[in-house]
Design a protein around this ligand. Sequence first.
Ligand code: 7TS
Length: 423
Amino acid sequence: MTTSDLHTISTSDPGLGTNARIEEIRAAFPILQERVHGHQLVYLDNASTTQKPFAVINRIREYYEHENSNVHRGVHSLSQIATEEYESARSTLKEFVGARTTSEIVFTRGTTEAINLVASSFAKPELGEGDEILLTRMEHHSNIVPWQMACEETGATLRVIPIDDDGTLIYEEFERLLSERTRILALTHVSNTLGTVNPVKRMIRDAHGLNIPVLIDGAQAVPHMPVDVIDLDCDFYCFSGHKMFGPTGIGVLYGKEALLDAMRPYQGGGDMIESVSFERTTYNELPHKFEAGTPNIVGALGLAAAVEYLREIGFDLIREHERNLLVYARERLSQIEGIRFIGDSAHRAAVVSVLLGSTHPYDVGTILDRMGIAVRTGHHCTQPLMRHYGIPGTVRASFAFYNTLEEIDSLVEALQRASSVLS
Ligand code: 7TS
């Protein structure tokens, strides 16, 4: 596909990715109209967090204006409305990932808390000396440190699946590392730094062949592709609301019902109990057993609004448009002298990590910011991955469906400017 083909798709295809449709979508995200240092904002830091459409902002406002109350505890009308809306949000999330029942959808603070919950309540009680937890080299710190903490307390060890220089998992190494000592395989669906999409379905099948449970960190997958937990057959799937156009402070742990049922609670407090006495406490049914204390009610409602919004746009358009953005970015960026791509796996999501000659990513990011362009610079909470490449960090542009080819042109121009200023 050539650059002009891409512009053609963007401007004249009446179905997918038309400029008019993308402009319409952009108008639904008020922050995209902001100016930064006198320039129109170009927001290319979507892997950190995505922007929010009016549908989400208005839902939050509506809740506080008309429905605010605590859930699961009042007979009064507002409390009943809040409870119904909160549980209805859970149903929306259940449909979103294709879970069997709402018992399998636990609201958490985000991906990080979901992984900590599984490490603490599922893995830790089973772990001992000689046991292994299998991860990959491209994990975010939040899918490394909770497992490391579990290992410290139990004597288990971490094993790490290596990657090649393109940022693709070495499948034979995965097969070699999978053994009867492996207690859990925990890996990311999509790498936040490289964009690599891992062959999780095949890996889950292989792990299950040895009865090894699998947790998938889906934080960077759910904004870009449809996910079906039954089709994947994963045991746990975690994601964050704020990376899929919803609010911060809310996320989801999907877990197979039988596994969640057998697990001990993660935190104690209100709402997670059936009855309490000083002698003995019994726990509430799923999923409430894992939701101690007043939950992030408005977060769940905002996240459900984000899911509805995504459904309206449709993953066909999202995938098509983001693929165009990725191909175009790769092609335009490769024209910059001295650019180095970090991660070039054949199967990728809309993330590009680069280095410019010998410049430091932080300096490049600062110059881009002065031109209104938001990218992330640094190690992206993947320090072991940076060590693999022998670099301190990268300049990362991560796209969402509201980004445009013109914004990529601005990025390329700004990188060229940064390159000449810094060299
Ligand atoms: N897993 C992956 C793959 C991530 O990319 C992130 C956040 C997390 C887990 C943690 O998510 P949280 O919502 O619980 O914080 N990634 C990034 C990033 O790439 N830039 O900032 C945060």
